[in-house]
Design a protein. Structure first.
Length: 210
């Protein structure tokens, strides 16, 4: 969507997405340092399955006691292994948590204000939140870089890393919905410069770099 087409009665909403280990969190932190309001659906996803939340009880009922640790918290490694290897189980989990994540995201965005809002949605391609945002920003990098980061950061095997990539929308599908792209294959300063440029665009500030 063009910036001139958005509803100017509220802050611009930018949906930030990208494949796993593409650097979404790093980019979001850079925007936050410049004053953007950041709403991270990954953080919200963790909150909706905390002890005492209805979603946790539904997960226990759907996936059994193995999905819950002895201390009552979600057994994330066990659940992740299950859903990444079985698309039907992944859809079952998404049906429990995604409506809650969307509801909380919308609520926070509507009350947050700010010069603009960056709404971080890893699976934006297939998410109803795609219709909620005004513009889509994709953090992009080569698949080989994602695999390197997953094996180094999370200790994943190359096979496991490739399974995780395959469980998400393709790089091509993400780029197809992009209004803006940050290329995160280089060093952090190169990424920071791209963020600074887009911050000016999203804030409606003049570009004085020329």
């Amino acid at each position: 969507m063009g910036l001139e087409e958005r509803n100017s009665d509220r802050p611009l909403r930018v949906g930030l997405t990208g494949g796993i280990a593409s650097g979404k969190s790093t980019v979001a932190d850079m925007f936050a340092e410049l004053g953007a309001i950041v709403i991270d659906t990954d953080a919200i996803a963790r909150e909706v399955v905390e002890i005492g939340e209805p979603a946790l009880d539904e997960i226990r009922a759907a996936f059994g006691a193995g999905a819950i640790r002895d201390d009552g918290t979600l057994n994330r490694p066990a659940l992740r292994e299950l859903v990444f290897s079985d698309p039907a189980q992944r859809r079952r989990l998404e049906a429990i948590v995604h409506p809650r994540i969307r509801s909380e995201t919308v609520s926070r965005a509507e009350s947050a204000g700010g010069p603009y809002q960056l709404i971080v949605v890893p699976l934006l391609v297939d998410s109803p939140l795609r219709e909620f945002v005004d513009r889509v920003l994709v953090v992009d990098c080569d698949e080989s870089a994602q695999i390197r980061r997953l094996t180094a950061r999370d200790g994943e095997s190359e096979t496991g890393a490739r399974q995780m990539l395959a469980a998400q929308s393709s790089r091509e599908a993400r780029l197809a919905i992009a209004d803006d792209v940050i290329h995160n294959d280089g060093d952090l300063e190169a990424t920071r410069r791209q963020v600074a440029t887009l911050h000016k665009v999203y804030s409606g500030l003049p570009d004085r770099s020329r």
